[in-house]
Design a protein around this ligand. Structure first.
Ligand code: HEM
Length: 481
């Protein structure tokens, strides 16, 4: 008997106030269920007819979840929990496969936490997969963003930007900031400190913060505001580009070596590198520089504070370098930082556990079969790094911060991809590592973890902040997690 039939009609007056709204809700719910059932059947039938029965057998196991929303709600609720990987883990156990199908953000999606399949997707070019992001993000990125363009233009922009970030100009040929010096002052003086070289400087800082907030606010649908912030920022950058173009010599050569990524793009020798393309891409560069790197630093401090042995070894290694450099009267070069093997292991382990970028999404532009799984044309594939990085068959005790595990381990394998791979491998990876190395060096050589003198703040749960005290005991630095 249905919920509607069970209630006598007309309802007694005393009950009407309560029963009527209940009735309406029940009726609406039944209708919705009926509609969603029909809708689900219709969607499944459409998908089947599209995929074809022979192909259907080759699809990875899985479920499309609810009509319209698919499994997005479960994905999002896991993403905001303390174990975001639970979404994938549950299904991995349920289907007995690290590759499964789902329906996420409005698209039929193959989710993979299989290192081999992930590698295959990352290594494939635009003839097989193109980048895919939710529409709200693509609008904000702009159509010429490196994250969206494909083919020769993407390779060109990637090559120019990547080469610049690897150059000594970006990494600071002279010296890196000394402890206590603000990096932007030092950058302005040497003209090439890493962060300053990577982005077109402080002009866009405020606008960048506003676009960063914009990205996070998307979920609250403040679309117009976000797009306006992005446009304002693009206008600011275009003004800088025009100013720089005026200073360029005939033949497109720069008068002096490139000082930032705009310089390398305007002298890139291609009509395709328009002002719009350059400004869109400058915004793309600011986001990781202003967001991913600080998150990586924050997580490194958190993990170190929970692992005193690692903190101690990090301090010893960096103090040794500092003493050596002081004795020789030399300034620190970026190669000095990169030669600190334990510091690099700390950063690598933070990248593995922290999963700053949990995964990437691509769209298949033709039917693709990998490891016996079909990814039909038009479907998305979600390469979920996080589950690979926390897989106990690949990493012993994956939830334990253990920088020593990297002593004899290769970082260039398909089971470690925090910076992606293939043609879209993050061009800022060395720069990101350098920035974190510089920060950690100055932190552990100039500050002392307050925990040693104030055991009361040892309990991180009670005190969700970590305090460092400068060596001369005069100033405090508090890093909020
Ligand atoms: C902890 C820091 C960082 C992490 C974890 C990270 C991670 C990633 C990942 C996973 C990708 C691949 C995206 C894809 O395949 O679709 C990527 C691409 C990219 N990253 Fe980073 N990144 C970081 C820092 C930086 C920095 C500092 C910059 C530059 C200032 C940068 C610039 C870029 C650019 C331009 C791309 C697009 C490359 C292309 O599509 O050709 N990243 N990053």
């Amino acid at each position: 008997m249905s919920a509607i039939a069970a209630v006598p009609w007309p309802a007694p007056a005393s009950l009407a106030g309560v029963a009527l709204p209940l009735l309406v809700v029940a009726a609406a719910a039944s209708l919705l269920m009926l509609m969603s059932g029909r809708l689900l059947t219709a969607i499944m039938a459409r998908l089947r007819s599209r995929v074809g029965s022979s192909k259907e057998a080759r699809l990875p196991p899985g479920s499309f979840g609810w009509p319209l929303v698919g499994e997005t709600l479960d994905f999002v609720s896991c993403a905001y929990s303390s174990r975001p990987e639970a979404f994938v883990e549950k299904r991995r156990l349920l289907y007995g496969s690290a590759v499964f199908r789902s329906h996420l953000f409005g698209s039929s999606t193959v989710v993979t936490s299989d290192a081999e399949v992930s590698r295959f997707v990352l290594q494939s070019d635009a003839r097989a997969f193109v980048p895919w992001y939710p529409r709200s993000l693509t609008e904000l990125m702009g159509k010429s963003s490196i994250l969206l363009i494909n083919g020769s233009l993407q390779r060109r922009v990637h090559g120019l930007v990547g080469a610049f970030f690897k150059s000594t100009a970006a990494k600071g040929a002279d010296s890196v900031p000394n402890p206590g010096e603000r990096s932007d002052r030092a950058g302005a003086r040497s003209g090439n400190a890493a962060a300053q070289a990577a982005i077109p400087g402080i002009y866009c800082r405020r606008a960048s913060v506003s676009v960063l907030c914009s990205f996070y606010l998307t979920r609250f649908s403040v679309r117009m505001y976000l797009l306006q912030a992005k446009k304002r920022m693009a206008r600011l950058i275009q003004r800088i580009i025009q100013e720089k173009r005026r200073r360029i010599l005939d033949g497109g050569r720069l008068r002096e070596p490139p000082r930032d990524a705009i310089d390398v793009l305007i002298s890139g020798g291609s009509d395709e590198l328009t002002d719009e393309l350059i400004s869109d891409n400058m915004i793309d560069l600011m986001i990781p520089a202003e967001d991913s790197v600080p998150v990586l630093i924050t997580l490194a401090i958190k993990y170190l504070s929970e692992c005193p042995l690692a903190l101690q070894q990090l301090e010893e290694e960096n103090m040794q370098l500092k003493r050596r450099k002081t004795d020789m009267g030399e300034t620190l070069q970026w190669t000095d930082y990169m030669s600190l093997s334990f510091t690099q292991h700390v950063i690598t382990e933070t990248l593995r556990m922290g999963n700053i970028i949990s995964g990437i999404m691509r769209k298949a532009i033709r039917d693709i079969e990998v490891k016996g799984h079909l990814i039909p044309k038009g479907w998305c594939v979600f390469v979920y790094f996080r589950s690979v990085h926390l897989d106990d068959t690949l990493y012993d005790e994956p939830y334990r911060f253990n920088p020593w595990r990297w002593k004899d381990k290769d970082t260039s394998t398909s089971s470690f991809t925090p910076f992606g791979g293939g043609q879209r491998l993050c061009p800022g990876l060395d720069l990101a590592r350098l920035e974190v190395s510089i920060f950690l060096h100055h932190l552990v050589t100039s500050f002392r973890y307050m925990d040693q003198s104030h055991p009361s703040i040892c309990n991180q749960k009670k005190h969700p902040s970590i305090r460092f005290m400068s060596s001369d005991d005069t100033t405090y630095s508090q890093i909020l997690i």
